[in-house]
Design a binder for this molecule. Structure first.
Ligand code: URC
Length: 301
Protein backbone atom coordinates (compact mmCIF):
# COMPACT_ATOMS: atom_id res chain seq x y z
CA UNK A 1 0.00 0.00 0.00
CA UNK A 2 1.09 3.55 -0.63
CA UNK A 3 0.02 6.85 0.88
CA UNK A 4 0.38 10.47 -0.13
CA UNK A 5 2.61 11.79 2.62
CA UNK A 6 3.09 15.36 1.39
CA UNK A 7 1.56 17.56 -1.28
CA UNK A 8 1.59 21.21 -2.24
CA UNK A 9 1.12 23.05 -5.47
CA UNK A 10 0.98 26.54 -6.89
CA UNK A 11 2.20 28.91 -9.59
CA UNK A 12 5.87 29.70 -10.06
CA UNK A 13 7.48 32.50 -12.06
CA UNK A 14 4.52 34.88 -11.96
CA UNK A 15 6.13 38.07 -13.26
CA UNK A 16 4.72 41.53 -12.77
CA UNK A 17 5.69 45.16 -12.93
CA UNK A 18 3.80 47.79 -10.96
CA UNK A 19 3.94 51.50 -11.83
CA UNK A 20 3.32 53.96 -9.02
CA UNK A 21 2.34 57.48 -10.12
CA UNK A 22 3.35 60.09 -7.54
CA UNK A 23 1.40 63.34 -7.06
CA UNK A 24 4.49 65.35 -8.18
CA UNK A 25 4.43 63.69 -11.62
CA UNK A 26 7.33 61.31 -10.99
CA UNK A 27 6.80 57.57 -11.26
CA UNK A 28 8.26 54.55 -9.43
CA UNK A 29 8.40 50.99 -10.73
CA UNK A 30 8.70 47.62 -9.01
CA UNK A 31 9.32 44.42 -10.98
CA UNK A 32 9.04 41.09 -9.21
CA UNK A 33 8.72 37.36 -9.77
CA UNK A 34 6.29 35.58 -7.45
CA UNK A 35 5.82 31.92 -6.50
CA UNK A 36 2.72 30.76 -4.60
CA UNK A 37 2.40 27.30 -3.03
CA UNK A 38 -0.64 25.99 -1.15
CA UNK A 39 -1.12 23.09 1.27
CA UNK A 40 -4.24 21.82 3.01
CA UNK A 41 -7.17 19.53 2.40
CA UNK A 42 -6.12 18.85 -1.19
CA UNK A 43 -5.04 15.20 -1.18
CA UNK A 44 -8.13 13.93 -3.06
CA UNK A 45 -6.86 15.54 -6.25
CA UNK A 46 -3.79 13.29 -6.11
CA UNK A 47 -5.41 10.16 -4.71
CA UNK A 48 -8.99 10.19 -6.12
CA UNK A 49 -8.81 12.49 -9.17
CA UNK A 50 -11.17 14.84 -7.33
CA UNK A 51 -10.29 18.47 -8.08
CA UNK A 52 -13.11 20.04 -6.04
CA UNK A 53 -10.69 21.58 -3.52
CA UNK A 54 -8.11 22.63 -6.08
CA UNK A 55 -7.71 26.39 -6.40
CA UNK A 56 -6.28 26.28 -9.92
CA UNK A 57 -2.73 27.53 -10.29
CA UNK A 58 -4.16 29.95 -12.86
CA UNK A 59 -6.47 31.33 -10.15
CA UNK A 60 -3.41 31.79 -7.93
CA UNK A 61 -1.70 33.73 -10.72
CA UNK A 62 -4.77 35.96 -11.27
CA UNK A 63 -4.89 36.56 -7.52
CA UNK A 64 -1.30 37.81 -7.57
CA UNK A 65 -2.21 40.35 -10.28
CA UNK A 66 -5.44 41.49 -8.58
CA UNK A 67 -3.83 41.92 -5.16
CA UNK A 68 -0.87 43.73 -6.73
CA UNK A 69 -3.38 46.20 -8.18
CA UNK A 70 -5.30 46.59 -4.90
CA UNK A 71 -2.39 46.73 -2.42
CA UNK A 72 1.13 48.11 -2.12
CA UNK A 73 3.76 45.72 -3.49
CA UNK A 74 6.41 47.33 -1.27
CA UNK A 75 8.03 46.30 0.88
CA UNK A 76 7.93 42.81 -0.66
CA UNK A 77 7.64 41.27 2.84
CA UNK A 78 4.30 43.05 3.24
CA UNK A 79 3.00 42.06 -0.21
CA UNK A 80 4.02 38.42 0.34
CA UNK A 81 2.17 38.44 3.66
CA UNK A 82 -0.93 40.06 2.11
CA UNK A 83 -0.99 37.32 -0.54
CA UNK A 84 -0.34 34.43 1.87
CA UNK A 85 -2.96 35.75 4.28
CA UNK A 86 -5.46 36.13 1.44
CA UNK A 87 -5.17 32.46 0.47
CA UNK A 88 -5.92 31.38 4.06
CA UNK A 89 -8.86 33.81 4.42
CA UNK A 90 -10.39 33.04 1.03
CA UNK A 91 -10.10 29.22 1.20
CA UNK A 92 -10.93 27.52 4.50
CA UNK A 93 -9.50 24.19 3.29
CA UNK A 94 -6.05 25.73 2.66
CA UNK A 95 -3.93 25.53 5.81
CA UNK A 96 -0.52 26.73 4.69
CA UNK A 97 0.28 29.34 2.05
CA UNK A 98 3.85 29.98 1.00
CA UNK A 99 4.70 33.04 -1.08
CA UNK A 100 8.20 33.70 -2.39
CA UNK A 101 9.13 36.94 -4.11
CA UNK A 102 12.23 37.99 -6.04
CA UNK A 103 12.51 41.71 -6.69
CA UNK A 104 14.46 42.81 -9.78
CA UNK A 105 16.47 45.99 -9.64
CA UNK A 106 15.37 49.11 -11.50
CA UNK A 107 17.34 52.20 -10.45
CA UNK A 108 16.32 55.69 -11.44
CA UNK A 109 18.37 57.18 -14.31
CA UNK A 110 20.38 60.32 -13.83
CA UNK A 111 19.91 62.47 -16.95
CA UNK A 112 21.53 65.90 -17.36
CA UNK A 113 22.69 65.54 -13.76
CA UNK A 114 19.15 65.04 -12.43
CA UNK A 115 17.02 62.11 -11.30
CA UNK A 116 14.77 61.31 -14.26
CA UNK A 117 11.05 61.19 -13.36
CA UNK A 118 10.22 57.95 -15.20
CA UNK A 119 13.35 56.26 -16.65
CA UNK A 120 15.25 53.45 -14.98
CA UNK A 121 18.25 51.21 -15.57
CA UNK A 122 19.36 47.77 -14.39
CA UNK A 123 22.59 48.71 -12.61
CA UNK A 124 23.20 45.44 -10.82
CA UNK A 125 21.99 41.86 -10.87
CA UNK A 126 21.42 41.55 -7.12
CA UNK A 127 17.90 40.57 -6.10
CA UNK A 128 15.91 41.26 -2.96
CA UNK A 129 14.14 38.07 -1.87
CA UNK A 130 11.32 37.14 0.50
CA UNK A 131 10.07 33.75 1.66
CA UNK A 132 6.81 34.03 3.55
CA UNK A 133 4.80 31.17 5.07
CA UNK A 134 1.36 31.75 6.62
CA UNK A 135 0.04 28.85 8.73
CA UNK A 136 -3.62 28.82 9.81
CA UNK A 137 -3.96 29.64 13.53
CA UNK A 138 -0.20 29.90 13.87
CA UNK A 139 1.19 33.09 12.31
CA UNK A 140 3.41 34.30 9.53
CA UNK A 141 7.11 33.36 9.15
CA UNK A 142 9.24 35.61 6.99
CA UNK A 143 12.81 35.33 5.76
CA UNK A 144 14.19 38.26 3.76
CA UNK A 145 17.33 38.08 1.69
CA UNK A 146 19.71 39.21 -0.97
CA UNK A 147 21.15 37.11 -3.76
CA UNK A 148 23.25 37.57 -6.89
CA UNK A 149 25.45 40.32 -5.41
CA UNK A 150 28.81 39.78 -7.14
CA UNK A 151 31.85 41.21 -5.32
CA UNK A 152 35.63 40.96 -5.71
CA UNK A 153 38.64 42.35 -3.84
CA UNK A 154 42.11 42.20 -5.36
CA UNK A 155 43.94 42.05 -2.01
CA UNK A 156 43.09 42.02 1.71
CA UNK A 157 42.33 38.30 1.86
CA UNK A 158 44.41 35.41 3.22
CA UNK A 159 44.00 31.70 3.81
CA UNK A 160 46.54 29.87 5.96
CA UNK A 161 46.80 27.63 9.01
CA UNK A 162 44.34 25.10 7.56
CA UNK A 163 44.62 21.36 8.17
CA UNK A 164 47.33 19.64 6.13
CA UNK A 165 47.77 15.96 5.36
CA UNK A 166 48.84 13.73 2.46
CA UNK A 167 45.88 14.94 0.33
CA UNK A 168 46.77 18.63 0.65
CA UNK A 169 48.31 20.54 -2.27
CA UNK A 170 47.01 24.08 -1.59
CA UNK A 171 49.78 26.44 -0.46
CA UNK A 172 49.09 28.89 2.36
CA UNK A 173 48.54 32.46 1.14
CA UNK A 174 48.77 35.80 2.93
CA UNK A 175 47.50 37.80 -0.05
CA UNK A 176 44.94 36.61 -2.58
CA UNK A 177 41.99 37.70 -4.68
CA UNK A 178 38.63 37.07 -2.99
CA UNK A 179 35.40 36.99 -4.98
CA UNK A 180 31.94 35.70 -4.22
CA UNK A 181 28.29 36.00 -5.21
CA UNK A 182 26.51 36.86 -2.00
CA UNK A 183 23.40 35.00 -0.96
CA UNK A 184 22.15 35.93 2.51
CA UNK A 185 18.87 35.48 4.36
CA UNK A 186 17.65 36.97 7.61
CA UNK A 187 14.82 35.25 9.49
CA UNK A 188 12.32 37.42 11.38
CA UNK A 189 10.76 36.41 14.73
CA UNK A 190 7.37 34.95 13.82
CA UNK A 191 4.57 37.46 13.25
CA UNK A 192 1.18 36.77 14.88
CA UNK A 193 -0.65 37.95 11.75
CA UNK A 194 -0.87 40.55 9.00
CA UNK A 195 -1.39 43.39 11.49
CA UNK A 196 1.96 42.73 13.10
CA UNK A 197 3.68 42.51 9.69
CA UNK A 198 2.20 45.92 8.78
CA UNK A 199 3.82 47.44 11.89
CA UNK A 200 7.28 46.23 10.75
CA UNK A 201 7.13 47.88 7.29
CA UNK A 202 9.94 50.36 7.97
CA UNK A 203 12.02 47.61 9.62
CA UNK A 204 11.99 45.46 6.47
CA UNK A 205 13.48 48.22 4.31
CA UNK A 206 15.97 49.21 7.02
CA UNK A 207 17.15 45.59 7.42
CA UNK A 208 17.56 45.26 3.65
CA UNK A 209 19.77 48.35 3.35
CA UNK A 210 21.66 47.55 6.57
CA UNK A 211 22.33 43.95 5.45
CA UNK A 212 23.61 45.10 2.06
CA UNK A 213 25.79 47.83 3.60
CA UNK A 214 27.18 45.46 6.27
CA UNK A 215 27.94 42.82 3.63
CA UNK A 216 29.77 45.23 1.34
CA UNK A 217 31.63 47.14 4.03
CA UNK A 218 32.77 44.01 5.90
CA UNK A 219 33.88 42.42 2.65
CA UNK A 220 35.87 45.52 1.69
CA UNK A 221 37.35 46.48 5.06
CA UNK A 222 38.28 43.18 6.71
CA UNK A 223 41.66 41.63 6.00
CA UNK A 224 39.83 38.31 5.60
CA UNK A 225 41.43 35.19 7.15
CA UNK A 226 38.79 33.00 5.43
CA UNK A 227 35.35 33.21 3.83
CA UNK A 228 34.13 31.45 6.99
CA UNK A 229 35.25 34.22 9.33
CA UNK A 230 34.10 37.02 7.03
CA UNK A 231 30.55 35.65 6.74
CA UNK A 232 30.36 35.17 10.52
CA UNK A 233 31.28 38.83 11.10
CA UNK A 234 28.61 39.88 8.59
CA UNK A 235 25.95 37.75 10.29
CA UNK A 236 26.78 39.09 13.77
CA UNK A 237 26.40 42.68 12.58
CA UNK A 238 23.04 42.03 10.90
CA UNK A 239 21.73 40.50 14.15
CA UNK A 240 22.96 43.60 16.01
CA UNK A 241 21.35 45.99 13.50
CA UNK A 242 17.90 44.34 13.28
CA UNK A 243 16.52 43.46 16.73
CA UNK A 244 13.58 41.44 15.36
CA UNK A 245 15.82 39.23 13.24
CA UNK A 246 16.53 35.92 14.96
CA UNK A 247 18.89 34.17 12.55
CA UNK A 248 21.05 34.98 9.54
CA UNK A 249 22.14 32.55 6.82
CA UNK A 250 24.98 33.16 4.37
CA UNK A 251 25.87 31.02 1.40
CA UNK A 252 29.05 32.17 -0.33
CA UNK A 253 30.73 30.47 -3.28
CA UNK A 254 34.48 31.08 -3.32
CA UNK A 255 35.04 32.17 -6.93
CA UNK A 256 38.70 31.34 -7.38
CA UNK A 257 41.21 33.35 -9.43
CA UNK A 258 44.37 31.30 -9.94
CA UNK A 259 47.85 32.66 -10.38
CA UNK A 260 49.46 31.79 -13.74
CA UNK A 261 53.10 30.74 -13.74
CA UNK A 262 54.68 32.49 -16.75
CA UNK A 263 58.31 31.70 -15.85
CA UNK A 264 58.46 29.43 -18.92
CA UNK A 265 58.48 32.68 -20.99
CA UNK A 266 61.98 34.09 -20.55
CA UNK A 267 61.60 33.84 -16.74
CA UNK A 268 58.60 36.25 -16.69
CA UNK A 269 57.60 36.72 -13.02
CA UNK A 270 53.82 36.44 -12.43
CA UNK A 271 53.41 34.60 -9.11
CA UNK A 272 53.35 35.63 -5.44
CA UNK A 273 54.03 39.36 -5.06
CA UNK A 274 54.53 39.64 -8.86
CA UNK A 275 51.13 38.16 -9.76
CA UNK A 276 49.17 40.48 -12.05
CA UNK A 277 47.51 38.25 -14.65
CA UNK A 278 45.13 35.68 -13.12
CA UNK A 279 42.92 32.92 -14.55
CA UNK A 280 39.29 33.20 -13.35
CA UNK A 281 37.88 29.72 -12.56
CA UNK A 282 34.24 28.93 -13.30
CA UNK A 283 34.35 25.56 -11.56
CA UNK A 284 34.85 23.85 -9.24
CA UNK A 285 34.31 26.47 -6.56
CA UNK A 286 34.36 26.45 -2.78
CA UNK A 287 30.94 26.79 -1.16
CA UNK A 288 30.85 28.09 2.40
CA UNK A 289 27.59 28.34 4.36
CA UNK A 290 26.48 29.21 7.87
CA UNK A 291 23.51 30.10 10.03
CA UNK A 292 24.15 32.46 12.93
CA UNK A 293 21.36 32.59 15.49
CA UNK A 294 20.61 35.01 18.27
CA UNK A 295 21.41 33.26 21.57
CA UNK A 296 18.51 31.13 22.83
CA UNK A 297 16.64 31.08 19.50
CA UNK A 298 16.15 28.33 16.92
CA UNK A 299 15.21 29.41 13.38
CA UNK A 300 11.71 28.65 12.07
CA UNK A 301 12.18 28.47 8.28
O1 URC B 1 38.29 31.05 2.68
C1 URC B 1 38.51 29.87 2.35
N1 URC B 1 37.94 28.86 3.06
C2 URC B 1 38.15 27.54 2.75
O2 URC B 1 37.60 26.63 3.43
C3 URC B 1 39.00 27.26 1.66
N2 URC B 1 39.40 26.11 1.08
C4 URC B 1 40.20 26.44 0.03
O3 URC B 1 40.75 25.61 -0.74
N3 URC B 1 40.32 27.79 -0.07
C5 URC B 1 39.58 28.34 0.93
N4 URC B 1 39.32 29.61 1.29
Amino acid sequence: MSALSYARYGKDNVRLLKVHRNPDGTQDVTEMTVCTLLEGDIAASWTHADNANIVATDTQKQTVYVLAKQHPVNPPELFASILANHFLEQYSHIHVAQVSITVHKWSRMQVDGQAHPHSFLRDGEEKRTVECVARRSKGISIASGIKGLLVLKSTGSQFWGFHRDEYTRLPEVWDRILSTEVEAKWHWREFSGLGEVEKEVAGFDAAWSDAKKITLETFAKENSPSVQNTMYLMSEQILAAAPRVEAVDYSLPNKHYFEIDLSWFNGLQNTGKDAEVFAPQSDPNGLIQCTVTRKGVSPKL
